[in-house]
Structure formats: structure tokens, C-alpha cells
Design a protein around this ligand. Sequence first.
Ligand SMILES: Nc1nc2c(ncn2[C@@H]2O[C@H](COP(=O)(O)OP(=O)(O)OP(=O)(O)O)[C@@H](O)[C@H]2O)c(=O)[nH]1
Ligand SMILES: [Mg+2]
Length: 471
Amino acid sequence: MVISSIAEGIVRTIEGARDTVSETLFEPVIRLGVTGLARSGKTVFITSLVANLLDRGRMPQLLAAAEGRITAAYLQPQPDDTVPRFDYEAHLGALTAREPHWPESTRAISELRVSLKVQPNGLLGGLQGPRTVHLDIVDYPGEWLLDLALLDKSYEEWSGEVLQRIAQREQAQGYRALLGETDASAKLDEPQAQALAARFTEYLHAARSAGFYDCTPGRFLLPGDLAGSPAITFAPMAGTKAAPRRSLGREMERRYEAYKSRVVKPFFRDHFARIDRQVVLVDALGAINSGPRAVEDLRGAMVDILSAFRPGTNAFLSRMLLGKRVERILFAASKADHLHHAQHPELTAIMEALTREARDTAKFAGAKTASMSLAALRATTEETLEHEGAPLDCVRGTLLDSGKQAAFYPGLLPKDPSHLLGPAREGAEAWLDQDYEIMRFAPAPLTLKPGFGPPHIRLDKAAQFLIGDKL
Ligand SMILES: Nc1nc2c(ncn2[C@@H]2O[C@H](COP(=O)(O)OP(=O)(O)OP(=O)(O)O)[C@@H](O)[C@H]2O)c(=O)[nH]1
Ligand SMILES: [Mg+2]
């Protein structure tokens, strides 16, 4: 245990050193992590960001672009041979097709390198030639960050917590019933282990659809190429401590430990530990639309997700990072084009309130943070209609379900975010004084002028915060 941890630390130092010497000096590399819970908008964000970096006509708030100092931008082979490439062309193809559609759900890690040729500014700017800055964008599920908490828990502790949490949940009925018929100290029987894992995974899916976010282990929902492997064929059980060798309970414990060391740790070591800048996308509007329970659950998930960015919360991670930290974190409420811009400040305030607890506990030790509302791909236009003698700020777009055009008013967000977060925390079943309804819009057909990327809201401002200082 100790030896492997030390070795992990050494690998990290050597890798860090290589980055610093060969690349940072001559051609700086920025590793930008893009994360968020499922369907939060990661794929659309990266696709539109890259398209708008390649064609910068809509990026006035990215200063280097506005000053004309980015002389070229191009895609390059990524540095990591074992990580799937982010399928930029397919995703952009979906968004810009004659009948545009949203890209497929991705659910695993992927990476893309964009290289920018930048003319330095300032006094020496005119004397030096352009430099190349590489931007490595890494897309990974926010659910994977939730697994960090498992590293500090034994199988017994984890099982205890999960069983307590699901004792009252109707989605877990099937799993509880099966567990009731199972003896942890009986001899291991593989079909039985598989049945338990399958039933537990069903519970996780049902809980996720019902709006619960505390659905770990993360790979049970998003198994990728781990599907069917022993490392994700386990489930929480009580009374395993006293179980004899070769029993079902002992094997469950062993697989849980394998999940931690073979799945969770490598992700943090090989990917998370190397990130310099991070954007966390949050579908706050979607949660508000689902009701108070979803909002409260989202808040809880944010606390857990963001704990990965607080150095010191986890001993393994601190060793891995060796003092390196994410320098900037952007919290972005995505899909803001569902809302007239007059309400964007309220959405940003809700986003800030949702992440406040996580920030207050540690301030992310030195990382610069910002919150904003953005739309990576703007699917609507704004319109002010008259309703019962008063103006009503609406958005217009093509409804995804019917294909019909409609103007739409989603409801009035409160000026004070606690008017939403308070009832959510107190367990309200529904919003009292407002109804919120968020329609799903289809992406609008695009005719892009040369030099212009897809339309967005504040993507340039987000880019300026995330990488502007390095250009
Ligand atoms: N109107 C609007 N909808 C968006 C925007 N970004 C994302 N969406 C919607 O959100 C859905 C999910 O977006 P993705 O980018 O696929 O989200 P993801 O986080 O990559 O999702 P997974 O890969 O499933 O985890 C899309 O299918 C769209 O319906 C946006 O900027 N505007
Ligand atoms: Mg995706």
C-alpha cells in the first residue's frame, strides 16, 4: 500500500518534470478539464468552443482574439495515445447539419488538442515572433469525481452508508428484497454476485432518473469498457466483516477494493492530477424545472464533486498532486439560452449559491474561481411579448418534440437565490409561488459566414477567464 503510493508519487513527479522542461518552456500546454453531471452540456460546450477558436468572429471578449493576436488555430494529434479522441467532427456535423440535431451522449473520457499561434503582446510583442500554445481539452463525467470519496472508505463503511441511504427509497425496493434473501457468509456463487450487482445497478439508474445525484460508484452508471468486469460486479452488503474466506461477502469486499485501486485511482492519477484549468457545467435550469428535490440533490452533488478540487480533503489525491493545483475553476450554468438575458443575473446568482458551500469550506486554496451563465450553442432568439397588458421577456425557438416554432416564457427566477434553495433544503415537494417550465429546443439551422463559429452566449467570456491570461 505504502510502496505503491510512493511509486505513484514518483511517476507524477517525473511526468511533471517532463512537462515543465520540454513543453512549458517552448510551447506551453494548457490542460483544460471540462466536466459536469450527465447531460450538463459538456459535449456541446467543447464542440462550440473549438469551432469558435478555429473561427474567432464571435469571440470579441477573448482579448487575444479581439486584438488580432491569434494568427492561426488548428487541430493537432493529442499527446495521450490511450485516451479516445473527442469526436469533434461528428459532434459539429450534428450541430451544423441541414437538419441540426444535438450530439449523442458520450459518457466517457475523451481529449482533443487545439493549437494556437499567438503573437505576444506588450513591450516585446513586436520583437518576438509568434508562439504556439497548445490547449488540451479533456471531457470527463462529473460522476467520476464523486468516486473520490470511496477512497477513504472501507467496504464496510461504504456499505453501511449506502444501505442506510437507500433504506427508504422506493427505487431500491428490488435490491433490498434480493439482499434480504442473500447470505453474505455463504460460499461465493458468481451468478448470485452478478444478480446483486445488476439489481443494484438498476437501483442506481432508477435513482438517477428520479433526480438523485448520489449515485456512486460512478462507473456502474457509465461502465464504458468495464462493462461485465469483476471490478464493477459488486454491491453493498451488511455483515461481511465476519464472513469467512471465499464467501460472497469477502469477494464483494475484494472487488470494491479493486474498483478503488484499478478504476478510481488511475483516473485521478492519469487525468485529474494533470488538469490546469477547469470548467464545471451545471444544468441549474433543468434542476429547477424538475423541482425542489432535484435542486437540493444537485447542491449536495456539487459539494461532493467540488471536494475533489480542495487540496487536503483526500490523502491519496494530495500525494498525487504534490502541491500542484487547478489554477482556475469556472462554474457555468449551461443552456442559458432557455432564458431571456434579463434573467441571466438571477441564474448566475443561483449557480453561485449552489456552489457556495463548497467554496466557503476551503476557497479552493488559491484557485481563481468565477461563475457565469452561458449557452455554448444558442438555439433561441429573444422576444418581448405583451401579456395581460404587461411586457413579458420570452425566448423563441424550435421545440425538440414537435418541431414547431414557439415563443416561450419559462417563469420568473427570484432575485434572491435563497427563495429557491431554502425550500429545496427544507424538503418542499413543489415550488410555492412560481411554476418553472423549461422547453427543450432543437438547435437552430445555421448559415455561418466565413470566419464565424456557431452562435453562443458568453462562450468568449468563459474562454477569456479560462485561458486568456496564457495567450
Ligand atoms: N438550448 C441549449 N441546449 C443545450 C446547450 N448545450 C446543451 N444543451 C442540451 O443539453 C443536452 C446535453 O448536452 P451534451 O453537450 O450532450 O451534454 P453532456 O454533458 O456531454 O452529456 P453526456 O455526454 O450524456 O454526459 C443536449 O442534447 C441539448 O439538448 C445549449 O447551449 N443550448
Ligand atoms: Mg457528452
